[in-house]
Structures are given as structure tokens and as C-alpha cells.
Write a protein that binds this ligand. Sequence first.
Ligand SMILES: C[S@@+](CC[C@H](N)C(=O)[O-])C[C@H]1O[C@@H](n2cnc3c(N)ncnc32)[C@H](O)[C@@H]1O
Length: 572
Amino acid sequence: MFEHSIKVPRHFKISANIVKKVATEGGSVKNLLYDSKLRFFRTNVIYALITETIKHSADVDKLFEATGILTKEPRLDPWLAKVIATELIFGKKELPGRSKPEETILSYKELFEKVPLPPVEVKSEVRRPRYVRINTNLLTTSDAIGAFQDEGYKFIRCTSGCYDDYLKQIQGLTEYDFTQDYHVKTMFVFHPNTKFHDYDLYLENKLILQDKATALPVHLLAPPQGSVILDMCAAPGMKTTQLAAYIRNQGKIYAVERNEQRYQTLCDFVNKTESKCVTTMHRDSLDIKKGECDDAEYIILDPSCSGSGMQLSIHNYVEDVRLARLTSLQEKFLKHAMNSFPKAKKIVYSTCSLFPQENERVISNVVKSSRAKWKVLNVKELLKGNWNNFGSGMYAVLERDPKQANPEDGTDKEPSKVKKEKMKHQVEEDLEAVEASYAEFNDDEVSKHRKKKKKSKEECNVQKLPNDNTIKKKKNKEADSAAKDTVEENNLHNEESKNSTKKTKKDRENDLAEAISLVPDNNIEDSIVEQKKKKKRKNKENEVEERNESIDVNTNGDGCEPVKKKKKRNIE
Ligand SMILES: C[S@@+](CC[C@H](N)C(=O)[O-])C[C@H]1O[C@@H](n2cnc3c(N)ncnc32)[C@H](O)[C@@H]1O
């Protein structure tokens, strides 16, 4: 028999409260846990209990459903019950006290044990490499390579240009190697164990610890120097500062953040990184109306999400109600981005969630209802099939359809009936593409596709240092020469950029073309230039016809056409 006077152990109560908060309101377990009131409590014990409860949540739900415990015991708090049942069934297998909730759960132990549960999945943990981004406002990539070499790291260069070779190469990096990222040329990749927290370049904000997945949206947005960008959900400022470096502080970035504390973090980060072209705004993005930020041409939309793609499995636990709330907010953001900024021509939507509700469904719902003003580009085509998504979120690239928008005044022409039909058809095709792409993201098409791909005969020029600390400290001459080309490329590129303030649009296009020849893997810019050439030709042919039809063509900015769809879509 239990005794009414016996209290529920405090660690159970605290854990139950946090699990409830994470599931219903969201937020980080660590933040909730390291609340000052708990500072001297056994946080490690509680953290383990919360993690286990979240990990076994689906199984515990099954046990509760099969036994009907929550209906039969209406006074039992379901969150507390979850924590205690997890401890009893999956944790220590015993309970410390004799409180009523503990006794109630114990009385169901035999019934719980009869419920068949799926076998525990043993997941092999894949450790992600350590990515760092060079803040090119403060340090050139060539100087960064030199600095890493001075530290004893060996620069490994993939000469084949083949993505498969690159992937093999990063998997084989030792603790003394580093290489340049395949897509984002200002990023470098190190062994997962590499620590940078005490490293001078990091402390001086020349080196930013940023994961590849969070850097890709800027690469996909690819705004040219001089452009005006709106970052609708900016704090802590990873993408804002990356954008500032990307456009070499030439242009303007509106960085909007609603949360006061996070806004301060954003301002600090912007200052520390010398992201001088950034205007921070402590605002709710959804309150920014036509007439404000009207000059924004490129939009990055990285709204709050469930974070289910983040490494901590703890984030995978999201209540349906919360997910629905997030989805509806994300749709609002996207609609706002698409409709409120007359000059906007490209939007990159990204989340670190893997839930389709926060990704493809947001895109399809919004694009469906947007009268086809925006076209969804195929991310895999933009990356030329070369992105092995490590389960860390999703991206969608939307480009305003130049045939259906009037960039001069930002209004959309009312389309004729025939055109409306065509547009509807186009939207359906686009959505099919998006849905197919996400489906492929979710299954293992990536590896199938890669197997089919013709392998390059060229091998990576991989030269490894022996695993020896003494040798590590010697600067490697061979590596120096391997890096030399990159250094020269970067110097040239940097030299170009110094003169860029006075450049015309034409000059910028030429710069872009040159940059592409300097950086051969710069896939996005590559496809943009190709598309520009095509578009110029096409524009000439269609000029008269289009004028007659009164359809305005987007002639300002980069004017790039959406990437043409192929019959068979390959999306990673
Ligand atoms: C996923 S984080 C953004 C991360 C950021 N883009 C980066 O790369 O560092 C989402 C941010 O959006 C902010 N946010 C949420 N709703 C907002 C709104 N209505 N207006 C402006 N900011 C908002 C949140 O406070 C949070 O800081």
C-alpha cells in the first residue's frame, strides 16, 4: 500500500514538467534544465531521464494505450506517468519511492510487460565532420588555409571535382587534415574531433563554427554583390553574417528579429563579425508591410521550427498541436515573403526540421494558393545532384516567375483565363517536383543515384600525414603547393571584389562569370549565368510578342530564369 504523505521524488516532477514543456511549447531541454533554480540539483540525472522519456515516448504511449492506464487512473498525471514508466520499463527497472504515482505505475508493471513492442533499433551513429566558415570580412580564405597549415593541419585537395570522391575524402579525414567544402568555398571541413573553442581565429570572429546544412541556404540564394536582402528570422545571425560576407559588405541586408534577447545576440554577432552592410531591426517580420523594405530583392526565410533535424534526438518529440501551430506560422511567413515585397525575386525557405509538415507541405500549400507568381526550383538540380543531406533540414528555393509579375510596381497582372489554366498546370508540375524531391530526400535515393553516376577516373589527390604529433607540427611543403592554386584563386577573387563598389550591373555579371571560372564547383552561379545567356536570347525573340501580351518581364537584377525541369527528377 502507498502512503499519501509520501512525496513524488523531485527529479521525476522536474523531468515531467520539462518533457511537457518541450512537447507542448517547444524550447531547448538544456535551457529549461539549466534554469537557475536547478543549478545545484542533479541536472545530469534529470537530463538522462528526460532524454530516455523522449526516446521511448512512442513505446510508452503504446503501453498506456494497451493497458488503458490513463483512463482507469484519471488522477494520474500523464507526463509524470510517462517519466516514471520509462524509468521502470526502460531505465533502472525499479522505482525509488512509494508515492502514489509510483505505486500506480508499479501495479501495471506485469501488464506492461505483456504488451508487444517493436525491437529496439540499433542505429549506427555517424559523426558529422566539423565545418567552419571563414568570415571573409576579416580573413581571406587563402590566409585561413595558411593559418591552418601553420597550426600543423594538412590541406587535402580533391582534384577530381567528383562529389563521390569528395565525400570519401571527408570520411577519411584524420585529426590532422582539412579540406575545402564542395559547395561553399568559404567553408572548411575537419575531423569531427577537431576543437576550435580556444583557437585565436575563432576568438577573433574570423572563424565561424557553422554547420554545412545551415550554410547552404545562402549558397542557394546566391545574391550578387550590391543586392538588397531581407533576412526575416535573423537571430543569432549565422545566415545574416554569412550573407554579409557573401556580398562582401556591398549591398544592404535587413536582419529582422522579434525576440529581444535574441535580437541583442544578433546585434553583437553582426558587430563582432564586421557585417557592415547589415541593418538590424527589432521587429516582427509579419508586421513589415508594403512600403517598408520595399527594395528587398532576395529573401531568406528561416523560421522557428520543431528542430527535428537537429542532432539532439530530444527535438524529435513534438506534440501534434505544436507541429500544427508551427506549420501555420511557417505558411504565414512564406505568404508574407511572397506577397509583401514587390522587388523580391528569389526566396530561400529553410528549416532544420525533417517533418514534411514543416517543409513540403508548407511550400505546396502556399504555392498552390499564390496564383502561380512563384516557381519552385529544384534544389537538386541547382546543386547538380551533389548534396548528401545528412538529415539536417530542408530547403526550398522559390523564384518569382518573371512572366507573371510586374517588377516596376510590384503588382501582379490579372491573368487571362487561358493563362490561368497554364499557370495552374505549371503550379501542379512544380509541386510534383517539390514533392518528388522531398520524397527522395526522405528515402535513400541519394545512394542509389550516386551508384548510378559515372565515376570519375581521376583520384583525389590525397596525401596524408602520419598520425604523429611531432610531424604534425611541420609545415608540409607538398600541401603548400596543393593549396597554392586555391590561394591564387582566392587572391584574384578578392582583388576583383575590392573594385566592385563602382561596378555596373554588366560588370557584376562579368565578375560572376569570372568567379565561376575561378571556382569551378560554384554550381549555383554557374547555372545562373547559363540561364542568363539563354534568357537574353529568348528575351530578344519574344520581346515584341511579350509586349503585345502586356506581360512584364523581370529585367532588373540577375533576371535568371527558373531552372528547367527534367522529366526524371533527381533530388537528394
Ligand atoms: C531558426 S531561428 C533563425 C536562425 C538564423 N536564421 C540563423 O541562421 O542564425 C528563428 C528565429 O526567428 C525568430 N522569429 C520568430 N518569429 C519571428 C517573427 N515573427 N519576426 C521576426 N523574427 C522571428 C526567432 O526568435 C528565432 O530567433
